[in-house]
Write a protein of this length. Structure first.
Lengths: 317, 544
């Protein structure tokens, strides 16, 4: 079974876009999630990413990231509530706990934890969409002229990780299939075996790279920017017609985030009492962020305006 | 980087002189004083038992030996005029393509198109010519529909074609293939061989193909090179090879050639069409064996496994899919059953579900005495450095006795041969499932003959017979029809998750095109699948 975060080629705008455009778009939303603490803005960013993921066909990745992110968020809320006793609205006094000392559960600590958790969930969704929609080959090839050896290492690792995961699955199956009279397999022998197998695999993959000519010196014209590539949007060098849209949306999101900071759109204080700003700047930024989630929308092709002759009609020669 | 254009087109595709090579720390050389020349446009088949040096020769021809593996080398290798010892594999990539046995480790990119394009990109070809080359090679190999797929969603057969496309995209003069059909079903295997023949004829690519299942590719080859212990022991026409193999190494004979040698008919045939022509010319009129109907009748015995209405769903790229759809299958103790079907038909899934590795969505599996399953990679079972540590105690000793490894208790599993490692893995799966020396449950093997030569297959047939003789029901998933004919008394054919045929091996393996033995295709007689049965039918010529 494939990981929901594995890259899946699809003829959707986000997958067709060049890695730079996709990174600018997703990166802008991630920056907002890191910089802002206002729950409205964070929720809008999260919804925009969920929408973008859905439009890009990465629902599985988004669902998995939401599941992991919200679980993590819940954990953060619980830990923050137990560790931080600040805040005026005490919901429960739990007395002295070993290690924790006096534990007071406050609404403010819960709210602060929820904001941290929401931020973590939003960032995880952004990375999940990146992983499922941005072709790692194109990213690595774009990096190769800048750092050849690092790109080679990354190529090996990116290939070996799924292979090692498959090997680990097979080894686990084989361990379960051992007869009751065979020596049981502990984690250490299994890990040793996986490591040894991975080294063999690495040698095979390295041999393949060698045969493909990876060790050759790169000819200078190879990575010419903007050169036309394969006809179906496959070559790393090919630009997509959606690139400008993603660059523009990313730039607008970043500019709006900067302007929002200046205009107080990030108004939020957890302590001593929770204050959530919901002024016009916050609402406007939230709406803009929500709309940015439509960037991967693919417009339906326009219908032909000229009537098409039916089969029954004789065509005019 | 040497320029291929400077090497003349008239130069041999491959020229080897006095090549001797030993891997690092090896006691014996893997290649011994080997000389070989391949003219442009030749289709040569490399035959030989396991460990005879075939893979090493192919690796030397593409530059991996000695550049990647190290070791000591003497002699000269030229590929399309380039010195393969002086140049590395990367420099040779324009002149030679290499496809190894395991397609999974031959892909390095995420998508098919990127994988095929990679060698051209690394060579510095401009994007427009890369686009054209990728499109053309995809069309030639009938994989344009795969170009936008992620490589980890492809089947073994599809992946093998992608690896071949990546090797061919630079339009090399020479293509080297190391058992490319070992993981393919008969349909995909035949398609691949004829695809190579077409590329050889239309593109003029020289092909050097190492293969164990010679009956599959002998008819496509112009020339056969046989190797023994690192040296060439035969080099000539396919028909002459069969005559040579008759005396020198019977394990290299094809089933049709064996049929002809048993009946004394000459010349030995290089393929089914050739055999039929000869039989027509000799006016042979074979008759089916008389006691055919009694074959496969068994006395009632205990049930080893009973599968009823089994449905299994697996997640694929495009969502959940029913891989098994209402399977009913019963295997009795002592019964030897071959489970066959094309790649993706559900054979491995059925075995895994029976062994409890997969949960069915519906249906029942009853195995009163347990199931010992040996999966496709026996090495996965071997995690310790001493055989005795894998199988301690009396139960371990009993399991080792069953597979004939009782004397290897102190050996390191890594020092065992491929066949011995497979037996050890089987012993690990069997340990504790025996009652004294008797086996009462089901023993299931998944594709156990991958990469095996005929001699090792014969050993496995013997072992399966022994397991069944001890009371085990034996269920073997296999693509190898000749192997199935040798061990099975019953064949179950799966197609797209359902049982499409279930009957005596003699009936199932003689009634089709792809899932039929070579002898069955030659004689086209119901119930005749092995050379011995064919010889009996031919000796009955004229008897009424």
């Amino acid at each position: 079974m494939r990981s929901p975060f594995a890259y899946t080629p699809r003829p959707a705008p986000l997958q067709s876009a060049s890695p730079g455009a996709a990174v600018v778009y997703l990166g802008a939303l991630t920056v907002v999630a890191f910089v802002y603490s206002n729950p409205l803005v964070l929720a809008a960013t999260g919804l925009a990413l969920v929408l973008a993921g859905r439009l890009a066909g990465a629902q599985r990745a988004v669902r998995a990231a939401l599941w992991m992110g919200l679980t993590l968020a819940l954990l953060i809320v619980v830990v923050n509530a137990l560790v931080v006793s600040r805040g005026e609205t005490v919901l429960a006094r739990l007395g002295e706990w070993p290690l924790f000392g006096q534990v007071n559960i406050t609404a403010e600590a819960i709210a602060a934890g929820a904001v941290f958790g929401l931020r973590a969930a939003v960032v995880m969704v952004a990375f999940a969409i990146y992983s499922a929609c941005v072709d790692p080959d194109r990213v690595l090839r774009a990096l190769r002229p800048l750092a050849g050896r690092s790109a080679l290492t990354a190529t090996l690792v990116s290939r070996l990780v799924p292979v090692a995961a498959a090997d680990a699955g097979r080894l686990r199956d084989a361990a379960r299939l051992r007869g009751p009279g065979a020596a049981p397999v502990g984690r250490a022998p299994l890990a040793r075996r996986l490591l040894a197998g991975s080294l063999d695999r690495a040698v095979d993959v390295a041999a393949t790279l060698e045969l493909r000519g990876y060790s050759l010196d790169a000819p200078p014209h190879r990575f010419a920017a903007g050169s036309r590539g394969l006809g179906r949007g496959r070559s790393f060098a090919q630009r997509s017609r959606y690139d400008r849209r993603f660059y523009a949306v990313g730039a607008v999101v970043l500019a709006a985030a900067i302007a929002g900071e200046a205009l107080g759109a990030d108004a939020f204080h957890a302590y001593p009492v929770v204050e959530v700003g919901a002024g016009s700047a916050t609402l406007a930024l939230s709406v803009l962020l929500l709309l940015s989630g439509l960037a991967p929308l693919r417009r339906k092709p326009r219908r032909a305006t000229r009537p098409v002759p039916s089969a029954a009609e004789p065509s005019r020669a | 980087m040497p320029d291929l254009a400077t090497s003349t087109k008239a130069a041999p595709a491959l020229a080897i002189e006095g090549l001797t090579y030993a891997y690092p720390h090896a006691a014996q050389p893997a290649l011994r004083d080997l000389s070989l020349g391949l003219a442009p446009g030749e289709f040569a088949l490399l035959a030989g038992r396991s460990a005879s040096g075939k893979s090493t020769l192919l690796r030397a021809a593409c530059g991996l030996v000695p550049h990647f593996h190290g070791g000591e080398i003497e002699g000269r290798i030229e590929v399309a005029g380039l010195d393969a010892i002086a140049s590395g594999p990367g420099e040779l990539a324009a002149a030679v393509g290499y496809v190894a046995q395991d397609p999974e480790t031959q892909v390095v990119s995420t998508t098919v198109a990127a994988e095929i394009e990679l060698p051209l990109e690394l060579r510095g070809d401009p994007p427009s010519s890369r686009a054209r080359a990728v499109e053309e090679v995809a069309l030639a190999l009938a994989i344009p529909h795969l170009l936008d797929r992620a490589v980890d969603t492809l089947s073994g057969g599809e992946l093998q074609r992608v690896a071949l496309a990546a090797a061919l995209v630079t339009r090399p003069r020479l293509i080297l293939l190391d058992e490319p059909t070992s993981q393919l079903d008969p349909v995909a295997g035949d398609e691949l061989i004829w695809l190579l023949r077409r590329l050889n004829e239309e593109w003029g690519v020289t092909v050097l193909l190492a293969e164990h299942r010679l009956e599959r590719c002998l008819a496509a080859a112009d020339r056969v090179i046989a190797m023994t212990s690192g040296a060439i022991t035969f080099d000539g026409q396919p028909r002459d090879f069969l005559t040579w193999a008759q005396d020198a190494d019977a394990a290299l004979e094809t089933p049709a050639a064996r049929l002809f040698s048993l009946t004394g008919i000459e010349p030995l045939p290089v393929g089914v069409r050739d055999a039929r022509r000869t039989l027509t010319a000799t006016e042979a009129n074979p008759r089916p064996p008389k006691k055919l109907s009694e074959e496969g009748v068994r006395l009632p015995s205990n049930t080893a496994v009973d599968v009823r209405g089994l449905w299994v769903e697996l997640s694929r790229d495009d969502g959940w899919r029913d891989v098994l759809r209402g399977i009913d299958l019963k295997v009795e103790s002592g019964e030897r059953v071959a489970l066959m079907g094309r790649n993706g038909a559900g054979k491995s899934t059925l075995l895994k579900a029976a062994a409890g590795l997969l949960d069915p969505v519906r249906g029942k599996i009853e195995a009163p005495n347990g199931i010992a399953l040996l999966t496709q990679n026996p090495s996965d079972y071997l995690v310790r450095e001493r055989v005795g540590d894998e199988l301690p105690g009396d139960q371990g000793s009993a399991a080792l006795r069953v597979v004939g490894l009782e004397d290897a208790v102190d050996a390191d599993p890594r020092d065992l041969s491929g066949g011995e490692r497979q037996r050890l893995a089987l012993a690990i799966a069997l340990a504790g499932r025996m009652e004294g020396d008797a086996l009462t449950g089901l023993v299931a093997l998944d594709e156990p003959t991958r990469g095996m030569d005929r001699a090792r297959k014969d050993d496995l047939v013997e072992l399966i017979g022994e397991l069944a003789g001890r009371g085990a029901g034996v269920l073997v998933a296999t693509h190898d029809v000749e192997f199935a004919a040798a061990f099975a008394e019953r064949v179950v054919l799966l197609g797209d998750g359902v049982v499409i045929a279930d009957g005596p091996a003699t009936e199932i393996l003689s009634g089709g095109w792809y899932f039929a033995t070579e002898v069955a295709r030659v004689l086209d007689l119901p119930g005749v699948i092995t050379p011995e049965q064919g010889a009996e039918a031919l000796s009955a010529t004229g008897d009424d």
